[in-house]
Ligand binder design. Structure first.
Ligand SMILES: NC(=O)c1ccc[n+]([C@@H]2O[C@H](COP(=O)([O-])OP(=O)(O)OC[C@H]3O[C@@H](n4cnc5c(N)ncnc54)[C@H](OP(=O)(O)O)[C@@H]3O)[C@@H](O)[C@H]2O)c1
Length: 310
């Protein structure tokens, strides 16, 4: 397994296992978040153990995740960190809208730089598409920021295949971040083939289905957070999901690995999927997830995992 990989066509190089930080920063819509010191400790654990990619967003907190990450970053040489953040959410009074207009994206990048206390962002994503901005114009604004040295690579997130193609008309997109995991494989239809053909790095979010694929839950587990409303954690579907995870557990046991690591290692075998950003709530989870980059899966194991979830 490569120790570092490039993001798309850019010169930004990352360890294949990064840290998803939506639990860092007291995200006020998720009750089960970390307190601020716990969150900073998780980020430090990641950086101290070889991860260099930190994935945050303006909306995590909102603002607070970026601020806390900025505080931890100031304890490390800046060049050791690959900082990814995202913008598009705009508050109009109490309402939240998506805005991909060039003027708004440029302003959002300036505000993220201020909160992160840095003078460049290694990977800046348009977090969600809006309804009206042509996607190549939105990405064109990010290209201008790249030329000015304010960002080093360009990402889009939650884009459909049509939106991605429009965004990448001039070939400027380096990264697509989309939901993809063993339970939700829709990206295999069109997004993954497109990223593989166009030298775009595909970074999946919810790789562990919010912990479900880590093999630690059973039918008696009671959730107190957003998972209460997530269909993957409800009734018959939850039971079927747990049965699949039980099959994975057998495979993991035979290989002497953790279930979560087996799952994460499987993603890294997908074309163009060179980087993962599992979220972690405890330092031990960070360390365990790093192991995914060391695991090599045989063709038979790759097919076996595929079949459990096909
Ligand atoms: N672009 C977007 O729109 C978007 C949307 C969502 C997420 N994201 C990004 O993607 C990242 C990943 O998503 P996510 O964190 O929501 O979900 P996830 O990676 O599927 O699940 C993370 C959760 O799984 C559990 N876990 C992690 N490692 C584990 C291990 N080794 N053993 C056992 N349990 C483990 C922890 O929860 P428990 O300990 O509570 O079980 C952790 O919070 C986010 O942090 C964020 O940066 C982006």
């Amino acid at each position: 397994m490569a120790t570092h990989v490039h993001l798309g066509k850019s010169d930004v190089s990352v360890h294949p296992v990064g840290l998803g930080t939506n639990a860092v920063g007291g995200h006020n819509i998720y009750p089960n978040m970390l307190d601020e010191e716990q969150g900073k400790e998780v980020v430090r654990t990641a950086l101290n153990n070889g991860m260099n990619l930190l994935d945050t967003a303006y909306i995590y907190g909102p603002e607070r995740s970026e601020e806390l990450i900025g505080e931890v970053m100031s304890e490390y040489p800046r060049e050791e960190i690959v900082l990814a953040t995202k913008g598009a959410h705009r508050f109009v009074g109490n309402d939240m809208v998506m805005d991909n207009s060039p003027a708004f994206l440029k302003q959002a990048v300036e505000e993220s730089l201020r909160r992160l206390k840095t003078d460049y962002i290694d990977l800046y994503y348009i977090h969600f598409p809006d309804e009206k901005t042509p996607k190549d114009e939105a990405v064109g604004a990010l290209k201008e920021l790249k030329d000015e040295g304010k960002i080093r690579s360009i990402g889009v997130s939650n884009f459909s295949i049509e939106q991605l193609k429009e965004a990448n008309k001039d070939g400027y997109v380096d990264v697509l971040q989309s939901e993809y995991n063993l339970l939700h494989r829709e990206a295999e239809q069109d997004l993954l083939p497109y990223t593989a053909e166009n030298n775009i790095t595909f970074i999946p979010y919810f790789p562990l289905v919010s912990g479900l694929l880590a093999g630690k839950y059973d039918e008696n587990t009671r959730f107190t957070d957003l998972r209460l409303k997530n269909p993957d954690f409800q009734g018959e579907r939850f039971k079927q999901n747990l049965a699949k995870v039980d099959e994975l557990k057998e495979m993991a046991k035979a290989k002497g690995e953790e279930v979560a690591d087996l799952v994460l290692a499987w993603y890294l075998t997908r074309p163009s999927l060179d980087v993962i950003i599992p979220g972690a709530k405890r330092p031990e989870q960070v360390k365990s997830n790093l192991r995914a980059a060391e695991i090599s899966l045989s063709e038979e194991e790759i097919k076996g995992i595929d079949q459990i979830f096909s």
